[in-house]
Write a new protein. Structure first.
Length: 259
């Protein structure tokens, strides 16, 4: 029961992690404009992985996609790749995990096959969670670097060089989603151990034990010591040699001698 519960909980937690990764990747609030020095503004800017948006004070929002690929920074493209790889691995892990659930019986699938599938899905979830956490952390590092560079320029009197951007809500969603996928993958790996059948887990030990028992098994025959006479030449108990007559022939008693 505990194995099934651990497997189902790992599946649910991993599903939340994969869904959160998809949501974070599609969100446009990876970086938002810092309003610390200018709290009242008519334009508010925020950016995502796929487009940048501008929201006016009237409530009108305009978003513009990134029409270029080569013009984007290399680290920005690496973040995109990490998030996409994490989503693909997470979806594949969910498909494998559905067929590996112990509560779902498909044909004559053995428990060993389910254990292998559970371990495979757990590894996929762990890698997907690491990809999401790494991608979000790289983007956050880019924001911190640009923020302090912009702050330095502002202190030097160049306030109109560029706007400062800070962490958006998508970063926190991505961190939480990556952590959930990682925890779900670990739970799936732990559930794999409980799905392995007992006979296959202790197969080698039982084989050696049976081999030791064979040496103590007694058979219907005794092993000779080598010093005993041949049973063919051994005389039976109570057997006496018949007396010989004068001509050398042996005389045997007849049945009438026993009357």
């Amino acid at each position: 029961m505990s194995t099934t519960l651990c497997q189902v909980m790992g599946f649910l937690v991993s599903s939340l992690g994969v869904g959160g990764s998809i949501m974070a990747t599609a969100m446009d609030t990876w970086s938002t404009q810092d309003l610390y020095d200018n709290p009242v503004t008519a334009v508010f800017q925020y950016q995502g992985l796929w487009r940048s948006c501008v929201r006016q004070s009237s409530g009108f929002t305009e978003c513009r996609p990134y029409f270029t690929i080569l013009g984007l920074p290399a680290m920005f493209q690496a973040v995109r790749a990490l998030m996409i790889v994490g989503i693909v691995l997470g979806i594949l892990g969910l498909l494998v995990c559905i067929f590996a659930l112990k509560c779902i019986r498909i044909g004559s699938m053995e428990d060993t096959a389910k254990a292998n599938m559970t371990l495979t899905s757990g590894i996929m979830f762990i890698v997907a969670g690491l990809c999401a956490i790494t991608g979000v952390s790289v983007f956050a590092n880019m924001l911190v670097t640009n923020f302090w560079m912009s702050t330095t320029n502002m202190f030097q009197g160049m306030q109109n060089v560029q706007n400062r951007y800070t962490f958006g809500s998508a970063l926190f969603v991505g961190w939480v989603a990556g952590g959930l996928a990682l925890v779900g993958g670990i739970m799936m790996c732990l559930a794999c151990k409980g799905l392995i059948p007992e006979e296959s887990r202790y197969k080698a030990v039982s084989y050696n034990a049976s081999g030791r028992n064979i040496s103590y098994r007694t058979g219907p025959y005794k092993v000779g010591s080598g010093y005993e006479a041949d049973p063919k030449t051994r005389k039976a108990a109570g057997y006496e040699e018949a007396p010989r007559s004068e001509d050398g022939r042996r005389s045997y008693p007849s049945k009438y001698d026993y009357v």
